[in-house]
Design a protein. Sequence first.
Length: 299
Amino acid sequence: LQRLRQRLAGSQGALGRGLLALLSRDRLDEDTWESIEDTLLTADIGVGPTQELVDRLRTRMRVDGADASQAREVLREELLALVDPSMDRRLQVSGEDGRPGVVLVVGVNGAGKTTTVGKIARILVAEDRSVVLGAADTFRAAAVEQLATWGERVGVDVVRGPEGTDPASVAFEAVKQGASEGADTVIVDTAGRLQNKAGLMDELGKVKRVIEKQAPVTEVLLVLDATTGQNGMIQARVFSEVVDVTGIVLTKLDGSAKGGIVVAVQRELGVPVKLVGLGEGPDDLAPFDSGAFVDALLG
Ligand code: GDP
């Protein structure tokens, strides 16, 4: 929590502080409500959720007669409701019947997939789980090398193929090795070429099918760069249409002033943000905690 606060204090905190200053005004006139709305939209919360939040705040400040001294508590409660603390954010990493659980990691190039695979592996290894990584982003030699480096760093095997190999065959081999070794979890990094939806659907569909011949896909994580705003939302939608996303990893939250994207993307896809990336280092991945997040927003 402390770390999240520190990381977000400079950027995200501005959103909460701005909102709080507006909401604590003695007179909440139309101009003030408009400024509140603008502040929320600028933070990428999205049109629907912004409207909803403003309506709720109006009701509570006006009808219920909350005063400036209660503004912080009201804002905290309503932001928390918007982030939806009831969502199950636990990572599903365990298989069944002696087979490993498979975590498929998808997203556009540059979003932070490979880094996230490395960081998740590190967390699982720290929990004494045995992990195998699959480098199925075979179209970029750099991605395979990068994952291999993470594997060495974390101390787990990385299954790879020559450049240009069919991603599905690498995924197949990785799960096969995981199953034969009795690994707990296999994490598969995928290619994020978004040249066209049909191609992506074919590729990810095939990867998923070959995995499922051997072990259950327990989690499909969509990695999204928090700094990409609306563009990121469009990409998120495409991925969610081609594969059943079960959780979102929002990366680069450390470099974004737009924490509102958490709300927008959850609403858009109807799946929880499960992890957040807070930097490039191996320890810079944290489970998403809605209470801590809202507290960080409020600075
Ligand atoms: P991929 O193409 O989706 O596999 O993306 P990479 O894992 O190669 O990451 C792209 C860049 O983003 C790299 O320079 C990473 O170090 C950086 N990156 C990944 N996650 C984070 C994060 O949470 N915060 C910051 N600041 N940088 C990140």
